[in-house]
Design a protein around this ligand. Structure first.
Ligand code: BGC
Length: 514
């Protein structure tokens, strides 16, 4: 998610620095940041589908799921606010923590935030692993969320400042890739730990989140802070020393000079929050709110959080449900690779539009199948053939998301903000995304209970709306350097009226990277 904090720079300078071991280690640390987030996204749904976990913490849900005579329809089996809070509380904590982290990152450095994130995260995974009541379980989830907030705010920033400029764009989608690998790892771990007969498998699932957290904490403690952050905090000599060290070269004067200018320009931006509200940034503001909101309203996290529960609802057994989650998790990783390969070739619009249409079709067809099998009473049952068909359709849906709204939902808002509003813009992206992730996590099972198969039409209708929005309102941003973004909006049939002529600097020359 925090891939959003990378701004694609368009054509960038190549200062010719080497890819040193510092850069490599920072990539590994950044990857663990993505893994942690993905692991958390993926782990809770599987654990929720394990009987020993339900009997221990949510006995009433267990009772509903297993008691054939209960007056519950299939749609309402898992409806419990406390159960959903186990999943969604993390995102609320992350939302709050990311604002706190942005001050820590600025005042005390990126390294400090990453270390804090790692340590809080470790504590959360330990509490989750040893929990014996719901309160400890939820406190653990909240700590994990705070860790995610710190890590997602600081890791991408750290990485974008450590990496040579020409690697920054690629790293943005690389972070999304790490998230999807984290989700898949969680699905696989759940599948494995569910086989443990003694019933403590869920503890292993939850505690294993501590492994990437430990790697991140140790990595953050070992690595130096970024030259940009050192400079910002007045350690100018040190900034130069570190820059030479991480580039593996004495010849860093040009990059250092640019870093000084960028830091000074950024320091002059007094009121990023007020700037963002100016009329000429209206397109950015609208995109920065709607794109992350739409990304969540695709309904993807219904699958990422609750796939095992959903598959159980339509009649898969425990093991088969967890296997189905492994399958959707694998499709998610594979299709993200497709995105990496095609985003600069076909452009953002083409992927958004194709992916959107593919998702809408799957959502409506799944809705129709469930309506035919369960009706409004939720009393029917699925034949194996239909259950498999639903699984295939969900895979096609996940693939569509993973090459469109998944990575682009972060990349596009991040590449449209000019420097003077970038920090505020990024905060808006992350906050809106976390907020809607929380909402979907919290209300999905209740919505399923009340809207029944209509839920799939609900998300499908949002899909129609967002695809129309992209078609009419998003200009193509592929290969548009960040300084020329205003020009792209100026030419747009709708946004043009918001951009005054003097805001466009299309005639400037830019250094092309080699
Ligand atoms: C979204 C997450 C989602 C993930 C799935 C990300 O881009 O922000 O909410 O779970 O993709 O791969």
């Amino acid at each position: 998610m925090a891939g959003g904090a990378f701004a694609s720079q368009g054509p960038v300078k190549n200062y010719g620095g080497n890819v040193t071991s510092f850069v490599l280690i920072s990539c590994i640390v950044a990857a663990t940041g993505g893994l942690i987030f993905g692991y958390d996204l993926g782990i809770s749904g599987g654990v929720t589908a394990m009987d020993p976990f339900l009997t221990k913490f949510f006995p009433s849900v267990y009772h509903k799921v297993h008691n054939a005579s209960a007056h519950e329809t299939a749609y309402c089996k898992f409806d419990s606010q406390l159960l959903t809070l186990f999943t969604s509380s993390l995102y609320l904590a992350a939302l709050v923590a990311s604002f706190l982290a942005s001050s820590v990152t600025r005042l005390f450095g990126r390294k400090m935030s990453m270390s804090i994130g790692g340590i809080i995260f470790l504590m959360g995974s330990i509490l989750n692993g040893i929990a014996n009541n719901v309160a400890v379980l939820l406190i653990g989830r909240l700590l994990l969320g705070a860790g995610v907030g710190f890590a997602n705010q600081s890791v991408p920033l750290y990485l974008s400042e450590m990496a040579p400029a020409h690697l920054r764009g690629a790293l943005s989608i690389g972070f999304q890739m790490a998230i999807t690998i984290g989700i898949l790892a969680a699905n696989l771990v759940n599948y494995g730990t569910n086989q443990i007969k003694e019933g403590y498998g869920w503890r292993i699932s939850l505690a294993l989140a501590g492994v990437p957290a430990l790697i991140m904490t140790l990595g953050a403690l070992m690595l130096p802070d970024t030259p940009n952050s050192l400079f910002e905090r007045g350690e100018k000599d040190n900034a130069m020393k570190i820059l030479k060290k991480i580039r593996g070269s004495e010849n860093v004067d040009e990059e250092y000079q640019d870093l000084v200018e960028a830091s000074e320009a950024a320091a002059k931006v007094q009121h990023p929050w007020k700037n963002v509200l100016q009329r000429k940034y209206r397109p950015q503001l609208v995109m920065g709110i709607l794109i992350p909101m739409f990304q969540q309203l695709t309904g993807i996290n219904v699958i990422m959080f609750y796939a095992p529960v959903l598959f159980k609802t339509i009649g898969f057994g425990d093991g088969a449900s967890l296997m189905a989650a492994v399958i959707t998790g694998s499709v998610n990783v594979a299709a993200t690779v497709v995105s990496i390969l095609s985003v600069d070739r076909f452009g953002r619009r083409a992927l958004f539009l194709e992916g959107g249409i593919q998702m809408v079709i799957c959502e409506f067809v799944v809705g129709i199948i469930i309506a035919l099998q369960f009706g409004t009473t939720g009393a029917g049952s699925f034949s194996k053939g239909y259950a498999d068909l639903v699984l295939i359709l969900i895979c096609i849906y996940v693939a569509a998301f993973a090459w469109s709204w998944g990575p682009l939902g972060w990349l596009v808002p991040s590449e449209i903000y000019p420097l003077e509003i970038r920090s505020a813009g990024q905060a808006i992206n992350v906050a809106v995304n976390m907020f809607f992730t929380f909402v979907i996590g919290q209300v999905f099972l209740t919505m399923l209970c009340h809207m029944k198969f209509g839920l799939f039409f609900f998300f499908g209708s949002w899909g129609v709306l967002m695809t129309i929005f992209i078609y009419f309102f998003l200009p193509e941003t592929r290969n548009v350097p960040i300084e020329e973004i205003s020009g792209a909006f100026k030419k747009h049939w709708f946004w043009g009226r918001y951009i005054p002529d003097d805001a466009v600097i299309g005639h400037q020359h830019h250094n092309q990277s080699a």
